[in-house]
Design a protein around this ligand. Sequence first.
Ligand SMILES: CC(C)(COP(=O)(O)OP(=O)(O)OC[C@H]1O[C@@H](n2cnc3c(N)ncnc32)[C@H](O)[C@@H]1OP(=O)(O)O)[C@@H](O)C(=O)NCCC(=O)NCCS
Length: 166
Amino acid sequence: MPVRPATAHDAGFLRRILQEAYNWNGEQRFTAEQLAADPHAARYVADWPRGGDFGVVAETGDGEPVGAAWARCLPEDRPGYGFVAADVPELTLGVLPAHRGRGLGRSLMEALIRAAAEQDGPVTRLSLSVEDGNPAARLYTSLGFVRAGREGGSDTMVLDVPGRRG
Ligand SMILES: CC(C)(COP(=O)(O)OP(=O)(O)OC[C@H]1O[C@@H](n2cnc3c(N)ncnc32)[C@H](O)[C@@H]1OP(=O)(O)O)[C@@H](O)C(=O)NCCC(=O)NCCS
C-alpha cells in the first residue's frame, strides 16, 4: 500500500489516528469529542502542519487513508507524554483496525524515520511514549528505539535517527 507525505489536508485523519493511539487497547477510553476538548491531546495535532512537523500517510489504491505516523516538537512547558527535549520530535502512530497486521505500521515507521533523516532542521532523535502492554513496543524496539525513561505507566523510547545527513 502506498505511503505518502502527510499534508494539511490530512489534519482530520491525523485526529482520527490520534484517537486510535489513545484507545490502543480496543476500549473506547476517549471519544473524538473528549480528545478534541483535551488540551494535552490537542498538542499533537493542533494547527497541523506547523513548521518542523512531518508525517506520512498510508492509503489504499482509491486514495482512502488507513494509517499515519507523524512527528512534532513540543515545548518543555507543554510537553507530550514522550517528551525528552524541545528539539526532539515526538511521534504518533496508528493504523485503522481493519488494516492492522499487514505490515503497514512498520512501513509507516520506516518512512517516518527516513523523513526524519531528510528534514532540513537537525532531527537527530525521535521520541515516543508507549503504554505498558501495548504490543507496538515490539515494533519500536525492532526499529532501534530504546527505553529512555518512565512516565506513569508508559515507557518513553528514543531512536537515534540513522543516516542523518550532514
Ligand atoms: C501499532 C500499530 C500501528 C501497528 O500497525 P500494524 O499495521 O498492525 O503493524 P505491522 O503489521 O506493521 O506489524 C509491525 C509489528 O508490530 C508489532 N505489533 C503491533 N501490534 C501488534 C499486536 N496487536 N499483536 C502482535 N504484534 C503487534 C509486531 O511486533 C509486528 O512485528 P512484525 O513486523 O515482526 O510482524 C497498530 O496496531 C495500531 O494502530 N494500534 C493502535 C494504535 C497504537 O497503539 N499506536 C501506537 C501508540 S504508542
